[in-house]
Design a protein around this ligand. Structure first.
Ligand SMILES: Nc1ncnc2c1ncn2[C@@H]1O[C@H](COP(=O)(O)OP(=O)(O)OP(=O)(O)O)[C@@H](O)[C@H]1O
Length: 279
């Protein structure tokens, strides 16, 4: 990749300690390499247990780096200290799968969004203005500020989680199965929101999913993971439509055939949206 590379993971090995005393460590990632460009999305697909979440967690500093390097925005963050991690959290955020458990149920949405701002010293009028701007960005009404998560649907809660991730204007968001807990039409709307946010802010996504159709919709490039290794990666269309590796071919055969009308409608909506952005 060229000079605008934002994240490089090079030959990453992650091992967890064995459960029993003297047991061998359990190797989850076996030398994984990926790159993500600024403003780009890398989709990461693979079956359950292949190591997708672990890769995302390693990037966030939540899984141990046994070997290899993770470079973010030119800085080696493989073994970043807690202090460095705090500074990095401004640029590196996450949206989890389950909008029902990822938000503190006793806080109002306003407080949920103000929390990361407060940690970075943004308070008072400035914080309030930023919270309003965040609600606009994810298309939630301003009165959402004074309500608590249980008053919202799953899709709306995921919008709150996305707004919280955006609060500090990060460069990269790890999206770990962000729509798999939602019904199909809500999924499409949340995915389109993520695309719109990328167009307006230039944020990059590491987009983890087991669903090839979802990944094709949002990604520039796709990496396919199998038993802790990347078996294939390349341009999204190529990997998701004409894959080279037998494992990806099996994944493709197993994935439901997308409804052509829905796909065409979505493509048209995306084109219209892109044209409106460019105008
Ligand atoms: N903290 C941990 N300690 C020990 N083993 C772990 C830990 N976290 C994950 N694993 C193991 O690592 C392997 C990969 O898990 P991971 O969650 O990364 O896969 P995944 O592809 O994201 O799966 P899913 O789609 O089901 O979330 C699994 O065998 C899992 O049991």
């Amino acid at each position: 990749m060229t000079t605008d590379t934002l994240l490089t993971v090079d030959d990453l090995v992650v091992e967890y300690p064995g459960k029993a005393m003297f047991a061998k460590p359990f190797r989850v990632l076996h030398g994984v390499s990926i790159e993500i460009g600024a403003g780009q999305t890398l989709g990461l697909v693979g079956e359950s247990g292949s190591g997708k979440t672990t890769l995302g967690r390693a990037v966030l500093g939540l899984a141990p780096v046994t070997q290899g390097t993770i470079t973010f925005d030119g800085q080696d963050i493989s073994h970043a200290s807690r202090k460095d991690r705090r500074a990095l959290s401004r640029h590196l955020q996450v949206v989890f799968q389950d909008p029902y458990t990822s938000l503190n149920p006793s806080l109002t949405v306003g407080d949920i969004l103000a929390e990361p701002l407060g940690i970075q010293g943004i308070t008072g009028t400035e914080a309030r203005a930023r919270v309003k701007e965040l609600l606009d960005r994810v298309h939630l009404p301003q009165d959402a500020m004074s309500r608590v998560p249980r008053e919202f649907s799953g899709g709306q809660r995921q919008r709150v989680a996305i707004a919280r991730a955006l609060a500090l204007r990060p460069k990269l968001i790890v999206c770990d199965e962000p729509v798999s807990a939602l019904d199909l039409s809500t999924q499409a709307r949340v995915l389109d929101l993520l695309l719109e946010i990328q167009q307006t802010t230039g944020v990059s996504y590491l987009f983890v999913s087991h669903d090839l159709d979802v990944v094709r919709h949002v990604s520039h490039r796709v990496a396919v993971m199998y038993q802790g290794e990347i078996v294939e990666q390349g341009e999204a269309r190529h990997v998701t439509e004409k894959p080279d590796h037998p494992y990806t071919q099996r994944l493709l055969l197993a994935s439901p055939v997308p409804d052509p009308d829905r796909q065409a409608a979505k493509r048209e909506a995306r084109r219209a949206h892109a044209a409106a952005q460019a105008a």
